[in-house]
Design a protein around this ligand. Structure first.
Ligand code: ZN
Length: 99
């Protein structure tokens, strides 16, 4: 099975080759985006978080906040809500949208 992450995590789509494997990828203007920083996870735990987040979409577990695909205030708020649910329920950790 090949999983492609269609979500916008933070402000940039996660790179399915590099970002999902490390949680870190190059960002705009020479910056580095560390997706793991918001979750406090790294390595295989971060990879599991991504897959569980996507599984939440596939099973419609998020309900009204399911659409987190846009880089708008609503999309970002939905993404934070969805990430919060996955991180709390699956890892017993709090999501930090502004690490
Ligand atoms: Zn999502």
């Amino acid at each position: 099975m090949f999983l492609i992450c269609l979500c916008v995590l933070e402000t940039q789509p996660i790179n399915p080759i590099h970002g999902i494997s490390t949680g870190v990828q190059p960002g705009p203007g020479g910056t580095t985006l560390n997706y793991g920083a918001s979750t406090g996870l790294s390595g295989v735990l971060f990879q599991a978080f991504i897959i569980l987040h996507e599984l939440g979409h596939l099973t419609d577990a998020y309900g009204a906040t399911n659409d987190d695909s846009s880089n708008t205030a609503t999309g970002k708020a939905n993404q934070i809500a969805n990430n919060t649910v996955v991180l709390k329920d699956c890892f017993n950790k709090n999501f930090n949208p502004n690490p």
